[in-house]
Design a protein around this ligand. Structure first.
Ligand SMILES: Cc1cc2nc3c(=O)[nH]c(=O)nc-3n(C[C@H](O)[C@H](O)[C@H](O)COP(=O)(O)OP(=O)(O)OC[C@H]3O[C@@H](n4cnc5c(N)ncnc54)[C@H](O)[C@@H]3O)c2cc1C
Length: 409
């Protein structure tokens, strides 16, 4: 006999588990199918493991350079296998917490590959599940280039890199999006020789042009080598040939050239959420899509913030300067070094840049310590159309990075 549910969800990543938890809050019966580990890419192979390793790597770098702040530490060492073990422990702890929440919410979990039969039926583990509604939240997979494929030994994906047991002496990273940039920062902080190859004219081409240019300056100051407007022509026998004719022989190659939605046939009447939907590939976007779908909570997909982690953080939301017509906007910018707090923290690199039109902020671009938090202050103003003049009435504490927003206004 078929098992019957109000909602069947395929995929236990941020989109899937959020939809499941919120549907239970609304009193629906829910079955969740996951072929691998609950938490999806975000928890197991994405956001959480990379940010945990990044924190260890940058801590090592900060301690190594702490003498200028009056703190001398002898014998500082980065133990790569211990860093990776710590990452595994953090992921496992968070996964257990999530699994507990799912159990407490009385969501039925089926640990199996699932297939949609039609808009109301899912087949998994040899059974048919009848669902009044089906959500597919099956995520995405790393993209390959037509001429370069993962071999999982030398040419690595963002999944493979998490399984490294030894720190490479040198690495070549193809692509300078969020994943490439964060790994460049991790390896550079740990002392690996890093080369980034980007086909676009600037690093981080998805960002505002001034952010991209500043990232290039930061990379230069950290001695991260990079090529822009350059592609990788071939990778043969450990040799990477660039379009400018140069040949590089790194110990490893990380190919981070984007992700593609997981292969799945679209079935009418089924809702597709998160990375598989083919839109913005960010965990918080997946989460908000799920909340909108299940509870009807409004979500404006044009106002999804982007964050690149590391020192300094990079965050933005809304319009980029290159997207706006010249003369149609006003730009204000403040250097982070103008803020007292940045000198206290020895983190003076970066800027806050606000773009306004008719007195309303339409874009914010921040490179700064705490940029991942700062961006939300501006986002709340943008989303609620709070005029820049009104924001000026807010009292920002001193010394903080938030003061930079006030200064900018
Ligand atoms: C290295 C890296 C770093 C990242 N860092 C960030 C970050 O800092 N911030 C951010 O917002 N985003 C980040 N992302 C992106 C983020 O991880 C994704 O946007 C997010 O995980 C998408 O959630 P999802 O629920 O759509 O899919 P996923 O998290 O991919 O989950 C999909 C799940 O579906 C399961 N599944 C697929 N097919 C089936 C099937 N047929 N049957 C059963 N189960 C199935 C999969 O096993 C998987 O667990 C990062 C990604 C990577 C790779």
């Amino acid at each position: 006999m078929n098992k019957e549910y109000d909602l069947g969800i395929i995929g236990g990543g941020p989109a899937g588990y959020t939809a499941a938890l919120h549907a239970r809050k609304c009193g629906l019966s829910v079955v969740l199918f996951e072929k691998d580990k609950i938490g999806g890419v975000c928890l197991n192979r994405g956001c959480i493991p990379t940010k945990t390793i990044l924190h260890s790597a940058e801590l090592f770098s900060q301690i190594s350079n702490a003498a200028e702040l009056g703190v001398t530490v002898e014998g500082v060492k980065a133990d790569f296998s211990a860093i990776m073990a710590h990452k595994d422990a953090v992921v496992e702890k968070l996964r257990k917490n999530l699994e507990l929440s799912i159990r407490n919410a009385k969501i039925d979990v089926v640990n199996s590959l699932a297939a949609i039969k039609d808009r109301n039926h899912i087949e998994a583990a040899g059974e048919i599940f009848e669902c009044a509604k089906i959500i597919a939240a099956t995520g995405s997979i790393p993209r390959e280039l037509p001429n370069i494929k993962f071999d999982h030994e030398f040419i690595l994906s963002s999944d493979d890199i998490l399984a490294l047991t030894e720190l490479p002496q040198s690495i070549l990273i193809i692509g300078s999006g969020a994943i490439g940039l964060e790994w460049a920062r991790i390896f550079s902080a740990l002392g690996t020789e890093v080369t980034v190859v980007e086909v676009a004219k600037n690093l981080l081409p998805i960002a505002d042009i001034e952010v991209s240019k500043r990232v290039e300056r930061i990379f230069k100051s950290k001695k991260i080598k990079f090529y822009t407007g350059t592609s990788v022509e071939s990778v043969v026998n450990g040799e990477v040939k660039l379009s400018n004719g140069e040949i590089i022989k790194p110990e490893k190659v990380l190919m981070s050239v984007g992700r593609v939605p997981a292969a799945c046939e679209k079935v009418e009447g089924v809702e597709y959420l998160g990375d598989v939907s083919g839109g913005i590939q960010l965990a918080h976007c997946a989460i908000k899509q799920a909340m909108r779908s299940v509870e009807g909570i409004a979500f404006d997909e044009t106002l999804v913030p982007s964050v690149i982690y590391g020192t300094p953080e990079i965050a933005w939301v809304g319009a980029r300067e290159q997207d706006l017509e010249a003369g149609s906007f006003e730009k204000s910018m403040i250097l982070i070094s103008a803020l007292g707090k940045s000198h206290c923290d020895n983190c003076t690199d970066g800027f806050i840049k606000l773009l306004t039109q008719n007195g309303l902020i339409v874009g914010a671009h921040i490179i700064s310590k705490e940029a991942s938090s700062l961006i939300h202050q501006v986002l709340i103003a943008i989303q609620n159309k709070i005029p820049a003049e009104k924001l000026k009435e807010v009292c920002f504490a001193h010394p903080t990075y938030s003061e930079g927003i006030l200064e900018c206004l």
